[in-house]
Write a protein that binds this ligand. Structure first.
Ligand code: AMP
Ligand code: MG
Length: 328
């Protein structure tokens, strides 16, 4: 089957929607984004309404190439230049001092702005036809699982988005790594598709990974990236016992079966075999969570992967998915 992807006329139509102040869902290599013209405060505000996201939570400005970075920020420190040159287009977001073009609506009132060049042909084509910057958080309701296919976006947002660009399933599958380059030393605010090890190899020194930061990053909320089902994390060797215990108590249990127990029989409502390769796990992660929700699970038992390479981002998302839920 041919890969489903947007045509030139779809991209032109999407650029027109952005120019008219509308919202476009766009594929990127990380997850699908909910995009608006970064310079249109009313359109940017609509993103927050549609997502149900608190307006103090800043968005990422997507641009077509590293050579445009100066247009959006006040200055580009050496570390930022090195990282942009090496990793863009790619799953790396840089936090820099906000340039005059960026409205405060897009930065949650902050004097810093997050910028990235996505590595997806449809996103890059849209950015170049549109000509400006596109602010886009993930195209899901605030707190829930990020979409990695155009169908996920439609299921999640329906008519609230004016146009959905098709771009196939996301290659990376987890959000970008966010690096703050405004301080004395660069710091990772959120682990993601570019590994800490790769960043350190380019910079030539170790990076701080603060557990909290002075800015309110949605990925730092205790509960984020969460499916409907409750998520319980246990040691890899305890996954099967925990799943069977919960099944015995009447739960409809979904299991993330670690690769180390791949062939073990499990009595549970639904079982997902976790890929041994971290890249394949990251690519599949949100789809697995959605699938277990769709199959009616009320509880998901999983374990954390080793927190190195892409495992750091996967573990971060699983911890957030398992975090305490807001009480309604
Ligand atoms: P989302 O993919 O929906 O989580 O949204 C984009 C991410 O970029 C969020 O985690 C934001 O908080 C983060 N972000 C955007 N701007 C900034 C900034 N100025 N400082 C720190 N994080 C930011
Ligand atoms: Mg998000």
């Amino acid at each position: 089957m041919a890969r489903v992807t947007a045509s030139i006329s779809d991209i032109e139509k999407a650029a027109g929607v952005l120019r008219g102040g509308g919202l476009v869902a766009l594929p990127t290599e990380t997850v699908y984004g909910l995009g608006a013209n970064a310079e249109d405060p009313a359109a940017v505000s609509r993103i927050f309404q549609v997502k149900g996201r608190p307006p103090s939570h800043p968005l990422i400005v997507h641009i077509a190439g590293a050579e445009q970075l100066e247009e959006w920020v006040q200055d580009v420190p050496t570390a930022a230049r090195m990282l942009a040159e090496h990793f863009w287009p790619g799953p790396l977001t840089l936090v820099l001092r906000r340039g005059a073009r960026v409205p405060l609506e897009a930065t949650g009132g902050l004097e810093t702005v997050a910028v990235r060049v996505p590595d997806h042909p449809v996103a890059l084509a849209l950015l170049s036809v549109f000509g400006g910057g596109v602010t886009a958080p993930s195209a899901n309701r605030f707190g829930s699982v990020s979409p990695t296919t155009a169908n996920d976006v439609r299921a999640e947002l329906g008519d609230a988005v004016d146009f959905v660009l098709e771009g196939g399933p996301c290659e990376v599958g987890v959000e970008s790594t966010i690096v703050d380059v405004t301080g004395e030393a660069p710091a990772i605010l959120r682990p993601g598709g570019v590994t800490r090890e790769d960043l350190e190899a380019v910079l030539g020194y170790p990076l701080a990974v603060p557990s909290t930061s002075h800015v309110r990053v949605p990925g730092q909320h205790p509960s984020h990236y969460a499916p409907r089902a409750r998520v319980v994390l246990v040691e890899p060797e305890k996954v099967i016992a925990e799943a069977e215990l919960a099944s015995g108590l009447g739960h409809r249990v979904g299991v993330f079966l670690p690769a180390s127990s791949a062939d073990a029989p499990v009595k549970a409502h639904a079982v997902v075999a976790v890929p041994a390769s971290p890249a394949a796990y990251a690519r599949g992660l949100y789809g697995f969570l959605r699938e277990l929700d769709q199959r009616g699970c009320d509880l998901i038992v999983a374990s954390l992967p080793a927190e190195e390479g892409l495992g750091l981002a996967i573990a971060n998302r699983l911890r957030r998915a398992a975090g305490p839920r807001p009480t309604v």
